[in-house]
Ligand binder design. Structure first.
Ligand code: ADP
Length: 270
C-alpha cells in the first residue's frame, strides 16, 4: 500500500492533517535521498585512494630490484593511506553530526580554550607550510555544547586557512564577543574563494577548482563538518572572501554566562 495513497484518501477527512502528513512524507523522502547520496558519494571517494594503494602495491612487486622506485611507491602508499584515514575520520564525524543524536555533550565550553586547542593542533602544519599562525582577539566566552566537536570545526577552518595560503602569509584565529553571541573568526591571506563557489563549498565533497584543491590532499568534507557542527550548537557560519586576497570564516554561536567560579575550568575533553 503506497503511503501517498493513504494520505491522499485522508484528505476527505481534513485538509490540514493531510497537508501535515504529506509534508512529513516529503521530508522523509528528502532525508532518505540525502542519505543515499551520502553513501554513493562516500563509496566513490573511498574507491580512489583504495585503488591507488592497490596499484602502487602491485608496482612495488614489479619494481623489487630498484630500491629508489620501491621507496617512491612506498612513500606514495603511505600518503594515500594517510588520506584514507583522514577521509574515514571525516566521514564518521559528518555522519555523527547528521544523525539526530549528533551532539550529546551540552557542557559549558570555554571558547578561548577551544581556539587555543585548535591552534595547538595545527602548529606543525603551519610551520611546515611556512605560514604564521597567530592568535587574535582573545576574549573569555562560553557556549553550551561539546568541546571536541567545536575543536574539530575550528581546526578544520584553521587547516584550510593554512592549506589555501602561500608561504610567508599569516593566518589569524580570534574570539570576539558581540552582545549575546560569540564570534570565532579564522582569517587568511590566501587564494580566496570565487563568489560562485561561496555557497557550494559547504556542500559535502564540493571543492572549488578541483585540480588545485586536490593538490592540497583535502577531502571536501571539512566545511560540511564546520557547518553541521555550528548548526548543532544553534549558530551559523559567515564567510567573507576576496579572490587573490584572502578569506575570513566566522563561526557565530549563542553565548552563555561562564560557570560561576570556574573561569579556569578546562574545555572538557573526551
Ligand atoms: P577540502 O578538504 O577540499 O579543503 P573543505 O570542505 O574543507 O574541503 O573545503 C571545500 C573547498 O572550499 C576547498 O576544496 C577549497 O576549494 C575551498 N576552501 C575552503 N577553505 C578555503 C580557504 N580558507 N581559502 C580558499 N579556499 C578555501
Amino acid at each position: 500500500l503506497d503511503p501517498r495513497l493513504v494520505s491522499a484518501r485522508a484528505s476527505v477527512l481534513g485538509g490540514r492533517l493531510v497537508l501535515l502528513i504529506l509534508r512529513d512524507i516529503t521530508e522523509q523522502e528528502r532525508l532518505e535521498q540525502v542519505r543515499r547520496d551520502f553513501v554513493a558519494n562516500t563509496s566513490h571517494e573511498l574507491k580512489t585512494p583504495v585503488g591507488a594503494v592497490i596499484l602502487l602495491a602491485e608496482a612495488i612487486e614489479s619494481a623489487a630490484d630498484d630500491p629508489d622506485q620501491v621507496r617512491d611507491f612506498a612513500a606514495r602508499i603511505s600518503a594515500e593511506a594517510i588520506r584514507l584515514g583522514q577521509l574515514t575520520r571525516r566521514i564518521m564525524s559528518l555522519s555523527r553530526l547528521q544523525a539526530s543524536d549528533g551532539v550529546t555533550e551540552t557542557e559549558p565550553v570555554s571558547i578561548d580554550e577551544v581556539v587555543a586547542a585548535s591552534i595547538e593542533a595545527h602548529a606543525v602544519q603551519a610551520e611546515s607550510a611556512g605560514v604564521e599562525l597567530i592568535r587574535g582577539g582573545d576574549r573569555r566566552a562560553f557556549v553550551r555544547g561539546d568541546a571536541q566537536t567545536l575543536i574539530e570545526a575550528v581546526g578544520n577552518l584553521i587547516a584550510n586557512a593554512i592549506a589555501y595560503s602561500p608561504a610567508g602569509s599569516r593566518v589569524g584565529a580570534g574570539v570576539k564577543i558581540d552582545g549575546e553571541t560569540v564570534e570565532i573568526a579564522i582569517s587568511d591571506q590566501g587564494i580566496g574563494i570565487d563568489e560562485a563557489d561561496r555557497e557550494r563549498i559547504f556542500e559535502r565533497f564540493y571543492r572549488a577548482d578541483d585540480a588545485r584543491s586536490r593538490r592540497t590532499g583535502g577531502t571536501g568534507l571539512g566545511l560540511s563538518i564546520v557547518k553541521h557542527a555550528t548548526q548543532r550548537h544553534g549558530g551559523e557560519v559567515r564567510l567573507w572572501s576576496r579572490p587573490g586576497r584572502g578569506s575570513t570564516f566566522t563561526i557565530v554561536l549563542p553565548r552563555i554566562d561562564g560557570p560561576a567560579g570556574q573561569d579556569e575550568k578546562k574545555a572538557k575533553k573526551k
